[in-house]
Design a protein around this ligand. Structure first.
Ligand SMILES: NC(=O)c1ccc[n+]([C@@H]2O[C@H](COP(=O)([O-])OP(=O)(O)OC[C@H]3O[C@@H](n4cnc5c(N)ncnc54)[C@H](O)[C@@H]3O)[C@@H](O)[C@H]2O)c1
Length: 345
């Protein structure tokens, strides 16, 4: 009997989220979690002991051990939750190792661009943990869109808010939280062409902790993002409404409820459970599991789901929103299809 191939994997960054990645890998039947690295050696050692892996005090030491790694998660953090990802990610990519990074891809666009370009040039799979859309409810809603059940998409409206009192930088809320919401919007609506943002600082806050961002998609569809770090302790943190010419759906809390409303009938279709998942925490298993499955299946670097490129494009939209608010103008990322057609008239 031939044995099924397994992936040899490491986790870099042994904090809360690195541990979450490690536990997902540990229980995956086709992953050998061989190493944990953290620049705080005690953290690497404690997690390595918990999951039965080797501990390293740096990525360089990990690479020097020549463990024949196939892939690594990078769950470092840093400024705006993304300032530390670049160095370990580049070291792993240079060694030819596939990377699943945490979001934001980086808080600095140039670094995001460089990591994506490097992985692309070397044809190395590079993905980001954009876990909010790796859910049975999002997959079902996506099928509805692809099968034409909504008709032509007109509007995509997203709300994402949590309580986060951190005041570390003016743009922390935008850069750290909204890679998720913009990615979900792009997943259903395609490329975003134009962005106009308004923001307000929460009571007693120094950062732009509330935002409303108007969006025009390349397809011509329109939408908005409502985001906050000053709201929502529990249920109702996230809601996406996609409205088309034939009907609309509402997807709540990533995986918890999905409802289809036909435009011309009252036959509403509603799901509280679509199998496989009940709450947000379980999105790590499905997202990381998809990365593992795609690597095991030999998926080419440019067909990896939730890619570095997807995360980079989300970050470009976030930076456009910041620019829009700073300059009081509409920022164009690329021209909507209708504008291109108009030029040809
Ligand atoms: N996808 C999600 O749903 C989700 C949810 C929460 C947080 N996150 C993201 O997860 C990431 C990690 O968050 P956290 O709360 O676990 O952070 P954390 O600060 O608890 O852990 C980060 C760890 O990385 C280590 N580290 C830093 N630089 C390193 C390097 N060069 N090499 C090795 N180790 C290094 C630190 O010592 C620390 O132990 C952040 O980017 C955050 O945005 C994602």
């Amino acid at each position: 009997m031939t044995q099924e191939k397994s992936l040899r994997v490491a986790v870099v960054g042994a904090g809360h989220i690195g541990r979450t990645h490690a536990l997902v890998y540990q229980r995956h039947p086709r992953v050998d979690l061989v190493a944990i690295a953290d620049i705080i050696p005690e953290k690497a050692e404690a997690l390595a002991k918990e999951v039965g892996a080797q501990a390293f005090a740096s990525v360089d030491a990990l690479l020097a051990a020549n463990l024949r790694l196939d892939a690594a998660s990078v769950a470092t953090k840093g400024e705006e939750n993304g300032g530390e990802h670049y160095a370990p990610t580049m070291a792993l990519l240079r060694a030819g190792i596939a990377v699943l990074g945490e979001k934001p891809i980086s808080n600095r666009l140039e670094e995001g661009r460089e990591m994506v370009a490097y992985a692309e040039n070397r044809h190395i799979p590079y993905a980001i943990n954009l876990n909010h859309r790796f859910t049975p409810a999002a997959y079902r809603a996506k099928e509805w869109v692809e099968q034409g059940r909504l008709g032509t998409l007109h509007m995509l409206n997203m709300r994402m808010w949590i309580n986060n009192p951190v005041e570390s930088s003016p743009w922390f809320h935008l850069r750290a939280l909204h890679p998720h919401s913009i990615d979900v919007l792009r997943y259903f609506g395609g490329e975003i062409a134009r962005v106009a943002a308004f923001m307000v600082k929460g009571a007693n806050r120094t950062i732009w902790s509330n935002t409303q961002v108007l969006l025009q998609f390349q397809s011509g569809a329109i939408g908005h993002l409502v985001g906050s770090y000053d709201a929502g302790a529990s249920y109702g943190l996230e809601q996406l409404e996609v409205v088309g010419s034939a009907g609309r759906f509402v997807l709540e809390d990533a995986c918890e409820a999905l409802t289809y409303y036909p435009r011309r009938s009252i036959e509403v279709e509603s799901y509280r459970y679509l199998g496989g998942m009940r709450s947000f925490g379980e999105t790590f298993d499905s997202r990381i599991g998809t990365f593992v499955d795609q690597l095991l299946a030999g998926t080419p670097y440019d067909a990896i789901d939730g890619s570095g490129l997807d995360a980079l494009k989300a970050q470009e939209v976030i930076e456009a929103a910041i620019r829009s608010w700073e300059t009081g103008s509409v920022v164009t990322l690329n021209e909507p299809d209708s504008a291109k057609e108009a030029h040809h008239d």
